[in-house]
Design a protein around this ligand. Structure first.
Ligand code: PSU
Ligand code: MN
Length: 310
């Protein structure tokens, strides 16, 4: 079944195909961060650096995007360059992925859509920056990222730097718990807040090695529990913006979004780009550093998962 879907809708890059066939280590990478998360040219430069980090840690990178309705698992250099400046690229989640495929559109995959596509291709590990979550003001907007439900249903391990502090972090963790998603702090007892190494929230679970995380993932699979695992990996200390410093910028950015009536899919891209301006590019440098840090850990996890069980 999955094989039929793959041949019908997916274009898997030869290198990725070969690694998957051999049961090797592959790390999926998303594309919304390229089209809607970072400015050009840092978006393309970062995407390439992240792929190099995955390779440097022993795994094959597979950046995922939809081009003319085809689900690309692994992009060529030319495709990545094109994506970096393309303007007619949809931001795709579970709700609109099938539309983009049916209508032959271009689309960048969010965490949710990347998980779906990675799973269709047989990839078990995925590195991103930060996941979407429950937004501040959820009481009136009901804005809860589809990333959270995807983590509950699709068996892919997502390595992130926690959730962006533009979100309602306590409610994001509550929701993940409700939906049965294991949230693992990598080498930390506190939930990381993307630009900052720690929020004031405890992380539900803690593991200190890729091997321990691979064990958890295998055990979850063996128990038939379904769904993914969220690994929260703190940004390196040298690159972080401490939470109290970031707070002022975030509050101003959230207030600006509200005043301008920014809603729906536009919220996260608006907040990210406003923060880059407000911090004079510092938030972007941190964002780049944390994605690379997550890619390295994801590759090590993928290598550990690919090894035959001890
Ligand atoms: N993390 C980043 N940059 C991003 C995103 C996450 O560092 O651009 C994207 C991811 O693709 C994530 C999406 O899935 O933002 C969440 O969007 P929303 O809040 O609309 O669900
Ligand atoms: Mn949303």
């Amino acid at each position: 079944m999955k094989h039929d879907i793959a041949s019908r809708f997916l274009d898997i890059a030869p290198e990725v195909q070969e690694a998957l066939r051999q049961g090797g280590a592959v790390v999926a990478l998303e594309s919304t961060i390229i089209t809607h998360g970072m400015p050009h040219p840092q978006n393309v430069a970062t995407a390439r650096e992240v792929e190099a980090v995955v390779r440097g840690n022993g795994a094959v990178p597979a950046t995922i995007a939809i081009i003319e309705g085809r689900i690309k698992i692994g992009l060529s250099d030319a495709e990545l360059d094109w994506l970096g400046t393309a303007t007619d690229v949809m931001k795709l989640s579970r709700a609109d992925l099938p539309y983009a495929v049916a209508a032959g559109r271009h689309g960048a995959t969010t965490v949710a859509a990347t998980m779906i596509c990675a799973h269709l291709a047989g990839i078990r590990v995925f590195a991103t920056g930060g996941i979407g979550g429950v937004h501040q003001g959820v009481e009136s907007t009901m804005d809860i990222s589809a990333d959270l439900d995807e983590l509950a249903r699709t068996p892919v391990a997502v390595i992130c730097a926690g959730a962006k502090a533009i979100l309602d972090l306590p409610r994001t963790l509550e929701y993940l718990e409700t939906r049965g998603v294991p949230v693992v702090g990598y080498g930390t007892d506190r939930f990381p807040a993307f630009w900052s190494r720690a929020s004031d929230l405890p992380v539900p679970l803690r593991l200190d090695s890729p091997e321990a995380m691979a064990d958890l993932i295998r055990t979850k699979e063996s128990l038939g529990l379904g769904g993914g695992v969220l690994v929260a990996n703190p940004v390196p200390a040298a690159d972080e913006i401490p939470a109290d410093e970031m707070r002022t910028f975030i509050d101003a950015a959230v207030a600006e979004a509200k005043a301008r009536g920014v809603a729906g899919k536009a919220v996260t891209p608006f907040l990210l780009s406003t923060l880059v301006e407000r911090t004079n590019g510092r938030s972007l440098a941190t964002n780049i550093a944390l994605v690379k840090n997550n890619a390295a850990l994801a590759a090590r996890l993928a290598v550990s998962l690919a090894r035959p069980e001890a």
